[in-house]
Design a protein around this ligand. Structure first.
Ligand code: ME8
Length: 679
């Protein structure tokens, strides 16, 4: 048997400086859908993700949290892995840059580049943006702000090692010109060429001395390797480059590095140049997708427009959230995330189109054939042929779109088949056929074709919604027939076996009451945010497509919302009257229990002096029920009641949160009587 074709796909390795948000989930879900699609279509796939754990930004976040950097990142990385598991991310490897396998290889890379003369000693004086971990010239950072993220830059003057970027600039330019597919979408390629390559590349400082949380330069005490050289190397260190090179030989060069447009520059300029210097082939493609922003445009905690993927997954299931992310926005473009748009999609595409197709088919099979799949007739009618042709064409159409990373287009093509199948029911009116003499055979054919079309749909939807296929197969009675679940099995329409037994056991996607959902989502988000104060956010971090970084940085950008990782802002001053509006009281926690299906929430009954109230708190990740029961703490008693998971919450426990997200409740001395007011 010939060896399978290989496919290597990566996500950026995320900074574990705070919890990840829906934007990071977007990249990772897309990479996962692609990896699954390639596995389905017969490729030997390697899918890498991980965390970028060194650098000044992490060191500062850890210091602010009062933890050692390693302890700090370990906690957040555990949370990230939980998020990926909740979103069914099927990575083959998760690399952490603090792992020995990575550190040692990065040191070897640095030494090699130094020994061959590509790295030389010097002194850096210029500007640095710590949140982006990026060096800027005075011209680029005009006005004192980072041209990428708008936050203030710092003046840096320190000894350093420099990489000779300029030596490779022409080769890179030539590569970009000869390989138009290398940077996608093409607008990003023009941006790289016009804004960075043509004006001339400056040599890059690749070591730092003013902090120590990094990989040491092996031959120079006090120097740590610049975090982007460290981070970018993950794509080869994880494959065993310079160690056991089996995977490296098999999978390098990468087929695609996926990322948001904010970090295309590092991947399209620094990374290929480092690889050229190492004498390694360049990745085939770098794809910079657009930003997920919010309807309000700007994102800020005080506006309450934060999006926590965990909340959505817990409430709607990972398949629905994945579907929305992949379907709503053409990959590459910026797009707006809104709860309303998401809920609309759930109802139209998932409940009405796909869910109904399955339930209508199963109900009719049950009613007219006792659930046993009938045999189709040999002769076909026009609507049968149309349905079959469309089903047979759909895999190829989707594959062509997926090869361009057009997730939304591929799902649209699949939904054309879903909708055509629903229309097929309306055209053939099985309920009328069932009443007519002599139409039994025709009825059987129609229901058979619907089962077969559903089989196509369920196989094709699997990369995007990995849990849904089994739910369809088990109701159609083919869950134990893997030969009907493969890509190859989609080359023939008519493989479904008559005589199999289907049974309707569940609704795939029950319709949601959008208004109710919006209320509880807002309630839940607002509530959790107030309690946790951990910014879990989606924010535009860079200038729009094509805008020159040098040109950015006007007053609007300087005020631009940040990525949700910064320390909290100082709040405006208030008067004593403002404070007097708050009814803060001592409460005694009488009993506590978990809220089923919500891994963050706890339900507690609290004695507030005059009455006992039910309060829902986002504390489950921080306290066990036993740890809270019997404690006296401070409560905001006149907060408007909110509904969370259908449970009324009549107040809020006050808690302190540090920048790492650690939460401690504000307990009071046992002498304080429940109901005592704070003034
Ligand atoms: O940049 N919309 O890590 P990071 C869409 N460690 N995607 C978004 C987004 C949004 N609003 N916000 C974030 C780093 N992303 C480096 C990478 S790789 C060698 C080192 C996604 O934690 C997007 O993919 O800041 C972006 O590129 C990535 O998160 C940045 O993650």
């Amino acid at each position: 048997m010939p060896a399978k074709k290989t496919y290597y796909i990566t996500t950026p390795i995320y900074y574990p400086s705070n919890k990840l948000h829906i934007g990071n989930s977007y990249t990772t879900v897309a990479a996962d859908a692609m990896a699954r699609f390639k596995r389905l279509t017969g490729y030997d796939v390697w899918f890498l993700t991980g965390t970028d754990e060194h650098g000044q930004k992490i060191q500062r976040s850890a210091e602010a949290a009062g933890k050692s950097p390693q302890v700090f990142v370990d906690e957040i990385v555990a949370w990230i892995k939980d998020l990926w598991s909740a979103l069914d991310i099927s990575y083959d490897d998760f690399i952490r840059t603090t792992e020995k396998r990575h550190r040692e290889t990065v040191q070897k890379i640095f030494v090699k580049l130094y020994e061959q003369g590509d790295i030389y000693e010097g002194r850096y004086e210029g500007w640095y943006c710590t949140p982006c971990e990026a060096f800027w010239t005075a011209r680029q950072a005009e006005g004192g702000n980072c041209p990428d993220c708008g936050r203030p830059v710092e003046l840096v003057a320190e000894e350093g090692y420099f990489f000779r970027m300029s030596k490779y600039a022409d080769r890179l330019l030539q590569h970009l010109e000869n390989h138009p597919e290398f940077i996608q979408p093409p607008s990003r390629k023009n941006e790289m060429i016009n804004n960075f390559l043509r004006p001339g590349l400056e040599d890059l400082c690749v070591s730092r001395t003013t902090f120590n949380w990094g990989i040491p330069v092996p031959f120079a005490r006090g120097h740590v390797i610049y975090v982007w050289l460290d981070a970018l190397s993950n794509y080869i260190t994880a494959l065993g480059y310079q160690r056991d090179e089996t995977l490296f030989k098999k999978f390098w060069p990468a087929d695609v590095h996926l990322m948001g447009k904010d970090i295309v520059r590092f991947h399209a300029i620094y990374w290929p140049i480092f690889l050229m210097a190492l004498g390694l082939p360049l990745p085939r493609q770098i794809f910079g997708h657009g930003w997920l922003t919010l309807k309000e445009g700007k994102m800020s905690k005080s506006r309450g427009n934060v999006v926590d993927p965990m909340v959505l997954v817990e409430r709607y299931g990972s398949d629905s959230v994945r579907y929305f992310l992949l379907r709503e926005i053409p990959f590459g473009a910026d797009g707006v995330f809104s709860n309303e748009a998401m809920l609309q999609r759930f109802n139209t595409d998932l409940a009405n189109d796909l869910g109904n197709l399955l339930s209508r088919t199963l109900t009719m099979l049950e009613r007219y054939y006792g659930g046993v799949i009938p045999s189709p007739a040999a002769e076909t009618e026009a609507s049968d042929r149309e349905l079959m042709e469309l089903a047979l064409e759909t895999p190829g159409r989707m594959e062509a779109l997926m090869d361009k990373l057009q997730f939304s287009g591929a799902l649209e093509a699949l939904w054309t088949l879903v909708k055509r199948s629903n229309k097929y029911i309306d055209e053939n009116t099985p309920w009328a056929l069932a009443r007519e003499e002599g139409q039994r055979q025709r009825l059987g054919t129609v229901l058979y074709n619907l089962c077969e079309s559903l089989r196509f749909i369920s196989v094709l939807v699997s990369p995007y919604m990995p849990r849904t296929p089994r739910r369809i197969w088990s109701q159609l009675g083919i869950v134990d027939l893997p030969e009907l679940q493969t890509w190859e099995s989609l080359s023939r329409f008519g493989l479904f076996r008559p005589g199999l037994k289907a049974s309707r056991t569940e609704d795939l996607f029950p319709r949601l009451n959008i208004e109710e959902e919006l209320n509880s989502l807002m309630g839940e988000e607002e509530y959790l945010r107030k309690q946790e104060e951990v910014p879990v956010a989606v924010a535009p971090r860079r200038q729009p497509d094509g805008a020159a970084p040098e040109a950015a940085g006007g007053p609007e950008r300087a005020r631009a919302p940040q990525e949700g990782r910064e320390t909290r802002e100082t709040k405006e001053q208030i008067s004593l009257d403002d404070f007097a509006r708050l009814d803060i009281r001592v409460g005694e926690i009488m009993s506590v229990e978990p809220v089923p299906g919500a891994d963050k929430l706890l339900k507690m009954m609290v004695n507030l002096g005059t009455e006992e109230r039910q309060i829902i708190a986002g504390l489950a990740k921080h306290y066990t029920p036993a740890e809270l029961t019997g404690k006296k703490a401070l409560f905001l008693a006149n907060l408007k009641p909110a509904k969370l998971r259908g449970l009324l919450s009549e107040g809020m426990i006050l808690a302190a949160t540090d920048v790492s997200g650690k939460v401690v409740i504000t307990t009071v001395d046992d002498d304080a009587a429940p109901g005592s007011r704070i003034s």
